[in-house]
Design a binder for this molecule. Structure first.
Ligand code: HPA
Length: 238
């Protein structure tokens, strides 16, 4: 039991998927895991543990933004036996060649956030994915013939703003897309010497002002969920 997660230490698996939305975690547990059990519902931030293709795996929610994923990932890394977290989320595309539903494996998270500095004294505004799970995801995607973009993304602290144009830091690092959590996840993993990756589905085209409809959303995320689960168990095998 940690401050924000009520599961007992042994009730969360070493490998886990974290989605922003608790109901997405519930959906994944119900649709993809066998013998899935709800192990924490503190603050309605749901965590489930079950099996995928015979391997133990947990799936839970991070909430939105760096502060929220910062809390959950730190407790998972330090108070549970979690070695590897794959964040699965959605993003808004900055790059024009990206299409709705495209998948991105995040190599680096770029952010104006002071999270890493204030938490761990990390001064850089670019933090890479941690460990070999990023490579495992790329290998599994190749085997499954899934198209995957790889590169830097922008972890923004703001969803709504009055700023016109793309943020300077994102332009400077040629960020493919924007989301709000990877930077804190990667910072915590780096500090705790654990593994972290982030897979994103493009849900918005920022310049073209197009987005996936709420009805499309659940189905749109299936390829990403499948790839994250297959990469997890492939990582567990080595
Ligand atoms: N901004 C930040 N996070 C997001 C977006 C966005 O436009 N779309 C999906 N996640």
């Amino acid at each position: 039991m940690s401050i924000h997660i009520s599961a007992r230490p042994e009730e969360i698996a070493p490998l886990m998927l974290l989605s922003g939305d608790p109901l997405r975690a519930k959906f994944i547990a119900k649709e993809f895991l066998s013998a899935a059990r709800l192990v924490s519902e503190t603050r309605n931030c749901l965590f489930y543990t079950g099996q995928y293709k015979g391997k133990n795996i947990s799936v839970g929610a991070s909430g939105m933004g760096c502060p929220s994923i910062g809390i959950y990932s730190y407790e998972l890394y330090t108070e549970y036996q979690v070695d590897t977290i794959i964040r699965i989320g959605t993003c808004g595309a900055y790059h024009q060649e990206l299409q709705l539903f495209d998948l991105i494996n995040v190599k680096e998270a770029v952010s104006e956030s002071t999270f890493a500095l204030h938490a761990w004294g990390i001064k850089e505004s670019v933090i890479g994915c941690q460990g070999k799970i990023y490579d495992t995801i790329n290998s599994v995607a190749t085997v499954q013939e899934r198209m995957l973009h790889c590169g830097a993304i922008h972890s923004s602290d703001v969803f709504y703003s009055n700023q016109a144009g793309f943020p300077p830091l994102a332009l400077q690092h040629d960020c493919l897309a924007v989301e709000m959590e990877s930077f804190a996840l990667f910072a915590n993993a780096q500090h705790c010497q654990k593994n972290a990756a982030c897979l994103l589905t493009v849900s918005d085209l920022i310049a073209a002002k197009k987005k996936i409809s709420p009805e499309q959303r659940e189905k749109a995320l299936l390829p990403m969920i499948q790839l994250a689960l297959d990469a997890s168990i492939s990582e567990a095998a080595v």
